[in-house]
Design a protein around this ligand. Structure first.
Ligand code: ZN
Length: 347
C-alpha cells in the first residue's frame, strides 16, 4: 500500500506531481524565502529517491541536471517517488557563494538542530521534511570555486546497496570516500539511506558533459532500483574504482600554467605544467609523482606554494581506467554527438 507522503504540510497523492514550496527563515530585508521541491509520485509503489543540488550555493551544475531530469517524458511513468530539490542552500545561491550568510558550510552542519544556527536549522528541517522520507539519495556537487572535477561518484563502497547504485550510475570513475562529519551523506547513512555524491565540473559554471552524465546517471540508478523500466544494457564500460587519490601541490608561489586536461592519463615523472614568477623567471616544473588520471585541477593560475594544483587518481590498471574515461568522453561530448543536447536525449 502507498503510504501518505506529506512534505511541508502538503500531501502528494500517488499518480500526481507538484512543486512544494518549502518555507525557510526570511532574508534580513524581510523578503520571504522558500525552496521549490519537485515531488513526482508514480501510481505504483516503489523506492523514494531524493536528488538534491546546490547544498553549496555556487555549485550550479546540479540545478541544470535536475531541470532536465524532471522534464524527461519517462519520469511521468515512474514507480515510487522522485523528490528533486534544485537549490538547497538558497541563501548561498542568491550571493553566488558556497556558504550561508554567516559563513557556515551547510554541508558540514548536518543533521542540524531545531534551535541551532541558521545552518543547523536549515539542515534539521531538510532532514525532517525531505531526507527522512527518502529511501535512496543522490547529492549533486561540483568542485569548489576556480577548480574543476572530472565526473566521479563518491560513496561508501563497503555497503552493498550503495556499491550497486554507484556502479549503476555509470560515471566513469568511483571513489570509495570516507564519511565526512556534518555532511548530508553522513546524516543520511546514519538513517540507513544509501547515498551517492556526484562530483562534476566547476562552481558557477555549466559543464555540458557533466550535466549530461548526471542526468544519465540518475536515470540509470532509477532503472537499477526499479523506478523506471530496465533497458537492455548498452556497451557502457563498467566504472573504474580509484585505488588512491591525492593533490599535487604548487612547488612555489607564482603563476601556474597547467598543460594537462581533466581525464588525461599521465605517467610518473611527466611534466604537468609550470609555476614561475610573474616575469616568467624562476620556473619550476610540476611533476607527476605517479602514473594515474587527472580527476581535478585548479583553473586559477595565481598560486601560493602548497596550493592544490592537480588531483591525481591512481588505479590498479590505469590503461583500462583510461579506456573507460575515453569512451565516456566520446559518448557525451557535445561536439561529437549533437543529437544528445535537448530535453529527452541520452536516456
Ligand atoms: Zn560541494
Amino acid at each position: 500500500m502507498n503510504e501518505p507522503l506529506i512534505i511541508a504540510g502538503q500531501e502528494i497523492k500517488p499518480g500526481s506531481r507538484q512543486i512544494v514550496d518549502f518555507p525557510l527563515p526570511p532574508l534580513s530585508a524581510h523578503s520571504e524565502l522558500d525552496i521549490p521541491v519537485h515531488v513526482i509520485r508514480g501510481k505504483k509503489d516503489g523506492p523514494c529517491l531524493l536528488v538534491c543540488a546546490a547544498l553549496h550555493g555556487d555549485e550550479i551544475n546540479g540545478i541544470e541536471i535536475i531541470r532536465r531530469l524532471v522534464g524527461l517524458k519517462s519520469i511521468s511513468r515512474l514507480s515510487g517517488t522522485l523528490i528533486a530539490v534544485p537549490i538547497v542552500n538558497i541563501y548561498g545561491f542568491i550571493h553566488m557563494s558556497r556558504y550561508l550568510p554567516d559563513r557556515r558550510d551547510l554541508n558540514r552542519s548536518f543533521p542540524g538542530s531545531e534551535k541551532g544556527s541558521l545552518a543547523a536549522r536549515l539542515a534539521h528541517r531538510f532532514m525532517q521534511e525531505v531526507v527522512s522520507k527518502s529511501t535512496h539519495g543522490i547529492d549533486l556537487h561540483t568542485a569548489a570555486v576556480h577548480r574543476d572535477n572530472f565526473p566521479q561518484i563518491r560513496a561508501n563502497l563497503d555497503d552493498d546497496e550503495t556499491l550497486r547504485l554507484a556502479e549503476a550510475f555509470r560515471a566513469p570513475l568511483i571513489i570509495d570516500a570516507a564519511l565526512r562529519p556534518g555532511t548530508i551523506r553522513e546524516a543520511a547513512v546514519a538513517r540507513d539511506i544509501p547515498w551517492l555524491v556526484y562530483e562534476a565540473g566547476e562552481a558557477l559554471r555549466f559543464d555540458e558533459v557533466s550535466i549530461r552524465a548526471g542526468v544519465r546517471g540518475i536515470v540509470n540508478v532509477m532503472r537499477e532500483i526499479g523506478m523506471l523500466a530496465k533497458k537492455r544494457s548498452s556497451a557502457a564500460l563498467m566504472p573504474r574504482t580509484v585505488k588512491s587519490n591525492f593533490w599535487i601541490r604548487a612547488p612555489q608561489s607564482g603563476i601556474s600554467r597547467l598543460t594537462v586536461k581533466l581525464g588525461a592519463q599521465v605517467n610518473k615523472d611527466d611534466v604537468l605544467g609550470y609555476v614561475s614568477d610573474p616575469y616568467g623567471e624562476n620556473e619550476t616544473p610540476v611533476i607527476a609523482p605517479n602514473t594515474g588520471i587527472i580527476i581535478g585541477r585548479t583553473n586559477l593560475p595565481l598560486v601560493h606554494e602548497g596550493d592544490a594544483l592537480v588531483h591525481l587518481a591512481r588505479f590498479r590498471n590505469t590503461d583500462t581506467a583510461s579506456e573507460a574515461v575515453d569512451q565516456f568522453q566520446s559518448e557525451l561530448d557535445p561536439e561529437e554527438n549533437e543529437s544528445v543536447s535537448g530535453a529527452d536525449p541520452i536516456v
